[in-house]
Design a protein around this ligand. Structure first.
Ligand SMILES: [Mn+2]
Length: 456
């Protein structure tokens, strides 16, 4: 009844992973996941899976998977490691571990070079799926979990919250994500409603305190918003729950128009009134789960994030508090960025003090504030290296953009490393090489966009 229609080779990998997990009785399974919303959600799904198996596990979230972390894991000496939302780009590094390894990832993999029994590499993008749009770390963890035990279908909302965190809901879920959604609705674990899809209980909160969507010129400045729209009779503090159809239509039209006039892409504009999906057990929307997980992960409150996803009421409360503070930091930074950032011919970029916010700032700037015809890069200094995040739009990807390529090639040219997705990628480079790195990314980006234009 709950079978997913997966690529045969992918299914074989899932079965190998299941065998590795079930056949050998490991004293402790070591789980390491990424610290963003997708990674936190993956960790929540895997926790449920391992708990149901009665399998002791030790879980942590990490910003990156590097030789320092591998060194720590070697010392711990676990017999089985599970990496989720990370690992595909670090297969050679994972070989240094003594125990077995399961990788549940969707990031670009160099090659399917792990078929040696020690590492089971589960990445649907190796088998025809698009890792940027069709499947996330959390939905990869989910297909593993449902393959181990059908009861884990109740984790579908958490799994899709992670995919949403990676922006895979824009334009509607696709591929493996869409299959999971469809079956989860059939099974009653998720219900859907078309509605005004903004955060906050009223317009005042939405405009003043929530960064997504970001209304350039108005977010953080509700007085300006009210001044501009006063003649519509708009009541900023009336709860959305008390809206009638006329209120709803007017507010949706104002917000949609603001986004459109700020040059936002249709995929962002259409989100204002969109189908929202709810966890039938808790009543939380998956977009709420995702945004709370993100706030917990980015502020390094990892256990709150995972407990929140698992339905713990106190953790949900704490996550909401963390989100207020997180949103405030993001909005104040975005308000500064509205003044403008550095422009090169084919990229735009800015520096930020806080590396944990770089990816979020970069994505929100790209979607709601900056120019849409070139990707955005954000960087921050961490020790002797710059950490760099890069974001594009789907339209730029259709025009030839591949940030995974430009960042990984440029980083290795300048003594660092990088990779990720075509639309969202990251890199680390030694601090003296930032300028050269940016020039290289600019150069490769302009060639990507030119080449695609020439072939059309
Ligand atoms: Mn991910």
């Amino acid at each position: 009844m709950t079978e997913l229609d997966l690529n045969v080779k992918l299914q074989e990998r899932l079965d190998e992973a299941k065998k590795l997990l079930l056949d050998k009785r490991h004293s402790v399974v070591r789980v390491v996941s990424h610290y963003d919303s997708d990674g936190v959600s993956s960790a929540a799904v895997l926790s449920v899976m391992l708990k149901r198996l009665g399998c002791p596990f030790h879980l942590s979230l990490s910003r990156s998977l590097d030789s320092i972390l591998i060194g720590k894991l070697r010392k711990e000496g676990s017999g089985l490691h599970i990496f989720s939302d990370m690992g595909s780009a670090q297969i050679p590094l994972l070989r240094e571990l003594e125990g077995d390894v399961i990788v549940l990832d969707h990031h670009k993999a160099e090659a399917d070079d792990a078929a040696d029994g020690k590492i089971v590499h589960v990445n649907a993008s190796l088998f025809g799926a698009n890792g940027t749009t069709d499947v996330s770390g959390s939905t990869t963890s989910f297909i593993m979990a449902q393959n181990v035990d059908e009861r884990n279908w109740d984790c579908a909302p958490q799994a899709l919250a992670g995919a949403l965190g990676d922006m895979q809901h824009l334009g509607g879920f696709r591929g493996i994500n869409a299959q999971i959604l469809k079956k989860a609705i059939e099974l009653g674990f998720i219900n859907e409603r078309r509605m005004l899809a903004v955060q906050g209980k009223n317009l005042l909160e939405t405009v003043n305190h929530t960064p997504e969507p970001y209304f350039a010129g108005f977010t953080g400045r509700a007085d300006l918003f009210l001044g501009r729209f006063r003649d519509t009779g708009i009541e900023m503090e009336k709860p959305y729950s008390e809206y009638d159809a006329d209120d709803l239509r007017m507010v949706a039209s104002i917000l949609t128009t603001l986004l459109a006039s700020n040059g936002c892409e249709y995929e962002n504009v259409e989100q204002i009134i969109s189908t929202q999906y709810f966890d039938s057990n808790t009543g939380m929307s998956i977009s709420e789960i995702s945004s709370l997980a993100n706030a917990c992960g980015r502020t390094e409150n990892y256990s709150a994030g995972i407990s929140m996803e698992l339905g713990d009421a106190a953790a949900q409360e704490k996550a909401r508090e963390l989100r207020v503070d997180y949103n405030r930091r993001i909005i104040s930074r975005l308000m500064e960025l509205e003044k403008g950032i550095e422009q090169m011919s084919s990229i735009q970029h800015f520096s930020t003090d806080d590396s944990s916010l770089a990816g979020a700032l970069c994505g929100l700037y790209m979607s709601f504030i900056g120019r849409k015809d070139k990707p955005t890069l954000a960087y921050s200094l961490a020790g002797n290296d710059y950490k760099i995040s890069a974001r594009g739009t789907r339209r730029l990807v259709e025009a030839g953009l591949d940030l995974a390529e430009s960042l990984s090639v440029s980083a290795s040219r300048f003594g660092g490393q990088g990779g990720g997705h075509v639309v969202a990628s990251g890199a680390t480079v030694p601090k003296d090489n930032l300028k050269g790195f940016l020039e290289s990314v600019n150069d490769i980006t302009s060639k990507q966009l030119e080449k695609a234009a020439a072939s059309r």
